[in-house]
Design a protein around this ligand. Sequence first.
Ligand code: ME8
Length: 519
Amino acid sequence: MGKFFITTPVYYVNDVPHLGHAYTTIAADTLSRYRRLLGDEVFFLTGTDEHGSKILQAARQKNISPQKLADEMTARFKNLWEKLSISYSDFIRTTDQKHIKVVQNVFSRLHEKGDIYKGKYSGWYCVPCESFWLESQLKDKKFCPECKRETVKLEEDSYFFSLSKYQKPLLDYYNENPDFVLPSTRKNEVVEFVKRGLRDISVTRLNLEWGIPCPVDEQHSIYVWVDALINYISALGYSLEEERFFTFWPADVHLVGKDILKFHAIIWPALLMAIGIKLPGMVFAHGWWMIKGEKMSKSRKNVVEPEWIIDRFGSDYLRYFLLREVPFGEDGNFSPALFVKRVNSDLANDLGNLLNRTLTLVVKHFQAKVPRPGKINAQDDELKGKIDSLPDNLQNFMDRLSFSQAFDSIWEVVRGANLYLDRCAPWRLVKKGETERMGSVLYNVLEIIRILTVVLFPFIPRGAEKMWKQLGMEDILSEQKLKDAVKWGKLPFALEVKKPEPVFPRIKEEDFYEVERET
Ligand code: ME8
C-alpha cells in the first residue's frame, strides 16, 4: 500500500466559492477516491487563503473585520464541499495558529541561511492577484498584465528572497523531472520563463495589518503568496511534527489552475530547495472554465454558482460534466445546453437505462433475485473481456489526470453492456421459454453493473451509492478495492435487488432557464 498526498490551492476568502473552485476540488477529490480504491493511504488537503490586502479590502467594503469575513467564507466553502461529497482529510486555514508558526519558522530559516535580505521595493502591485509588477510589465503603464485591472504604486522597505540564485537548480530540476510540471505545453512556458532570468522577489509588506508578522522585523508582514504556499507543508506539521511531516511529504500532486502555475512551479520549488526539503512529484495546471469565451471570475460578475446547479440537478451531474466535457488541462466553455446534452446522453441514457432495464427484468421475471449464471458463450466472453482491460486503462489515464479518457474507457464498458443486452434480448428469451439463458444474460449484466459501480464511485459517489443499494449489495462501497472488485463472479446469486428507481433522471434545458429567470 502506497501513500498519496494531493492538494488544491488554498482559496481566497474575499468572496463565495464559484465553479472554478469547485472544478479543482472535484478533480482532487476524484483522484483521492481513486487512489483509495487502489488501496493507497490518501492525504487530501484543501483550505482557504485568508491574509493580505485583497481580503482586507473586501472586509472593509462589507464593514466587517477580515477575520469575520474569513470565518463566513470558510463556512461557505466547507458547505459547498459537503454538498459535492468532497472527501478532504484536512481543511487548512492560513489564519490557523499552527500555520502561522510554520510560516514564521520557514521565514526565519531562510533569513538565517542568507536567502532573505533587506532592500527597497519600488514597483507596482496588483491587489486582486496579490502580485508585484515592474513598470515595464504593465499594460498601458497602469494595468496588471494578468488580470488587466489597475495596479497601485509601491515604494517601500522590503525583505527579498534570492530567487535568482535558484535559476540553474530549477532548470536542472525541470530537465531531470520531465513530469514535474504538466501538461507539457505549460511546462515549456515555465522553462522559457525561467531561462529568461529570475529576479529576487519581495517577500514582505510594510505595515500591512492583515498578514503574518515577520519574525525578524515587526514592521513587516509576510507576503501573502509565501504565506499561502507554505500551507502545503504546515498542514503536515513541518518544523513542528517531523514524523507526521515525513509520512506524507513530498506531495504527489499539487493541483492548480493555470493562473497560478508560476507561483507553484517556480517560487514554491525554489523555497523548498532553499529550506532543503524534497520537491513535490507533480504540479498539474488545469485550464479555465469560461462563460461566453471569458474567464469566469467574481470581479467579472459572470460566475455560475455551483450551489445553484447542485440544488437543481444534484452534485453528480456537476462532477460528471466538469470532468467529462473538457480534457483536463484545456479551457472549457460552460453552457446549459452542453450540460444538459452531456448528462442526458451519458448518465440518463447510457448508464441509467442500463441499470433500469436490467433491474426491471430481474424484478419481473426472477422475483427480484439475482439469477444463477449458466454456461458461458462467446458473446459473454466478449463482454467479460471489457472488464479485463479496464483497471489498466484507468490507471494509465488517471496517472496522467486524463479524466475524460478515463471516462471513455468506463463508457466503453457501459455501451458494451447495453449492446450485449440488445443483442441477447432477454425479453425475447423469456417468450421462447429460455429462462436459464435469460438468467445468465441478466447475471452477466448485473455483474458488469456491480463492477461499474465500484469504478464510478470516485467520480460520481452519490449516484454510485444509489446504484449499489439498488443492486442490494451489503458490503460498504467506499471500502471496495479495485483489485478484488473486478474479479468476475463476486455478485452473489439469489441476492435480492431493489425495484429500480431512476438514479440519473433526464433533465431539460428549460429547467435551467426557468430557474435562471426566478433568481
Ligand atoms: O489564487 N476556471 O486563490 P483563488 C477554472 N489563494 N478554475 C478556476 C477558475 C476558472 N474560471 N477560477 C478559479 C488563489 N479557479 C490563491 C491560491 S495556493 C497556495 C494560493 C480555481 O481563490 C483554480 O484552481 O483565486 C485557480 O488556480 C484557483 O481556483 C484560484 O483560486
